[in-house]
Design a protein around this ligand. Structure first.
Ligand code: DX5
Ligand code: ZN
Length: 215
């Protein structure tokens, strides 16, 4: 069964703590928090203090999606703030393996994200070194963009590799443009976690919208 993580970037920014509490009430399995630095992507969002504020208002599992350069330098601060999983970009650092190791050593789950333009050939080497692979289905930087269907191949390749190598614990997450139409393609391709922002937060009934993504 696929899981759905709402991306809090699409929530009411003036009421993030309340929004997190609302998500917990709805019964979501975790919250996706997009961290942008204005360099790796042309947009700015939250720092560790905002993650800490969200963490104070909910017991939900929190994952931070770091769209920042030198992610290694920020791992500790985000874990201290309450991140249960730290996801960073393959394209953002030369120290991918060290950063993955460091996150795991710090008792958090480690996720590695890949931008749409990065070849699927880069993925296999890391499958046994992380807890989650995040395959971007839009170019990172903004919510509300259109899903890139070509990315489904990457999801399929990653899912097939896990099966071949008997890696059952790796999560395959998709992020960007996930809605009631594109979710079905992602599930079929082998995604295990769907991140969704605008579709969920704009829906009149989020509980029902989540069910539609899972079905
Ligand atoms: C994009 C972010 C996504 C985004 C998803 O850079 O990483 O998590 O918030 O939002 P939607 O679902 O609106 O595309
Ligand atoms: Zn994200």
């Amino acid at each position: 069964m696929v899981r759905v993580f709402p991306s809090i970037l699409a929530a009411d920014a003036g009421n993030l703590a309340k929004e997190a509490a609302r998500l917990e009430e709805i019964g979501v399995e975790g919250i996706h928090i997009d961290i942008m630095d204005g360099h790796f992507v042309p947009n700015l969002t939250f720092g560790p203090h905002v993650v800490a504020a969200i963490n104070r208002s909910t017991n939900l599992f929190l994952e931070v999606h770091l769209m920042i350069y030198t992610p290694f330098d920020y791992v500790e601060r985000f874990i201290e703030a309450g991140a249960d999983r730290v996801i960073f970009h393959f394209e953002a650092t030369e120290y991918v393996e060290d950063t993955l190791k460091y996150i795991r050593k710090s008792n958090a789950q480690a996720g590695l994200a890949f931008c749409p333009d990065t070849s699927a050939e880069m993925i296999p080497k890391f499958l046994d070194k992380c807890d989650l692979v995040l395959l971007m289905t839009v170019n990172p930087g903004f919510g509300g963009q259109a899903f890139l269907p070509e990315m489904l191949d990457k999801v399929r390749i990653t899912s097939d590799l896990c099966r071949e190598r008997n890696i059952s614990s790796l999560e395959i997450e998709v992020d960007g443009g996930v809605n009631d139409k594109t979710a079905a393609f992602c599930r079929e391709a082998g995604a295990t976690i769907l991140v969704s922002g605008n579709y969920l937060f704009k829906s009149p009934d989020m509980r029902e919208a989540i069910e539609l993504l899972k079905r």
